[in-house]
Design a protein around this ligand. Structure first.
Ligand SMILES: Cc1ncc(COP(=O)(O)O)c(C=O)c1O
Length: 412
């Protein structure tokens, strides 16, 4: 029989006296739960397609890893990451991304999220300024808020980061005596807009970072999931000075439950991050398993994923064309997981979400992807998680709710 836990004796006053400034200020947790989303038609999160997760292959890789090296896989690990996985990753980065790096350039992290958090921890004090695309990945917005950092938004257009805005903001900040700590960009199939930054713009971002003496944090979580268009080199490979840090993840190309990602940066930076990272090594067990799985299966698995996500994107684009109210526009991503929808003035996607949930559908209101209270007429649709057969029904319901909103505001 389970017993009720003892009542906490910790009073609010005691807790308040003990919490850090940052701890006092925290909003409620915002962690998504894929199991709950599975009960709905979920276009909300960047969860990988459940049916494609390579459970059987990972079971076999686990058995091999245990037979080969079980006593080390179940031990604490090297702070920089298990060298077997680092080597498999370096091979992948060389072949796919064109990134030539050595072990000393790599830190294995608990997903790309930890690479972001550690980088911010290293560079950003409360009150410091960071440049980021707007809209951007909500995880980055949360991380900045948690740190008490200031963000300056740079819009994204159909060719990626708006460089005129970036340069204008860099100039303005410099005139005010502020040096932004970094420029955070997602150049491929940006989360949430789905757009990619052109090669010319990537080159210019590097020049601007050099000119203004700041760093670039390049988040390439979706690099491998391009299913059309030209492959573009990561910004990291265009930066000969070494002011770009490159982060990626196995979440979207192996399994998010592995909680394995990476940061590639100059050795001096990797060393400092390793000092901040006091966790006894990232998921040592999972790293041994991934080191078995990646060389045998990664390339084939990525090829399979591209087919699945391209199909889902096409289904969703066709459904949007069928069901969205007039005046609605959306992006056409060449890869990744996301479509960004712009509704006519008057639609508030924050208000739409509870109605959608009531009808068994969820999406991400655009507001979540901005640091300030903006973005209410946008929403992000992820086509990675819902099944093929659910997409049209889900989009029809979103369209009906948007139409209802427009009627209410007298704009339909
Ligand atoms: C742009 C971007 N960066 C980083 C991440 C981090 O993911 P993870 O911590 O699972 O590697 C995500 C996940 O959705 C993402 O969309």
């Amino acid at each position: 029989m389970t017993q009720a836990p003892p009542a906490s004796g910790l009073s609010a006053a005691t807790l308040d006296a003990l919490l850090s400034t940052r701890g006092k200020d925290l909003p409620p947790p915002r962690i998504g739960d894929p199991r709950k989303s599975a009960d709905l038609i979920s276009f909300m999160s960047g969860f990988p397609d459940p049916a494609s997760l390579p459970a059987q292959q990972v079971a076999e890789a686990t058995a091999r890893a245990m037979e080969k090296d079980g006593r080390w896989a179940l031990q604490y690990g090297a702070t920089m990451g298990y060298t077997g996985l680092v080597d498999a990753l370096l091979d992948k980065l060389g072949r796919h991304q064109g990134i030539r790096a050595g072990r000393e350039n790599v830190l294995i992290t608990a997903g790309g999220s930890q690479a972001v958090a550690l980088t911010l921890d290293l560079l950003v004090d409360p009150g410091d300024t960071v440049l980021m695309e707007e809209p951007t990945w909500m995880g980055f917005v949360y991380a900045l808020n948690n740190l008490g950092a200031k963000s300056v938004g740079v819009p994204v257009d159909e060719h990626g980061t708006d460089l005129e805005a970036l340069e204008r903001e860099l100039k303005r900040l410099t005139a005010e005596g502020v040096r932004p700590k970094l420029i955070y960009v997602i150049p491929n199939f940006q989360n949430p807009s789905g757009v990619s930054t052109t090669l010319a713009r990537r080159k210019r971002i590097v020049e601007l970072a050099h000119e203004y003496g700041t760093l670039i944090l390049e988040d390439d979580a979706y690099y491998d999931l391009r299913y059309e268009g030209e492959w573009l080199p990561p910004i990291y490979t265009l930066d000969e000075v070494g002011q770009t840090f490159y982060l990626g993840t196995f979440s979207k190309i192996m399994g998010a439950g592995m909680r394995l990602g990476w940061l590639v940066a100059p050795p001096a930076i990797i060393g400092k991050l390793a000092t901040l990272k006091i966790d006894g090594g990232t998921n040592v067990f999972g790293s041994h398993v991934a080191a078995e799985w990646v060389p045998r299966h990664l390339d084939d698995h990525i090829a399979k994923l591209r087919e699945i996500y391209r199909r889902r994107r096409d289904l969703m684009l066709a459904s949007l064309a069928r069901h969205m109210p007039e005046g609605t526009t959306w992006t056409t991503p060449e890869g990744g997981f996301f479509i960004w929808v712009t509704f006519p003035e008057g639609v508030d996607t924050v208000k739409m979400l509870p109605q959608a949930r009531e009808r068994g559908v969820e999406f991400l209101p655009g507001r979540t992807c901005y640091a300030q209270d903006r973005g209410h007429r946008f929403l992000r649709l992820s086509y990675s998680f819902a099944e093929d057969e659910q997409i049209d029904d889900g989009i029809r319901i979103v369209g009906e709710i948007a139409r209802g909103e427009l009627l209410e505001t007298g704009r339909a």
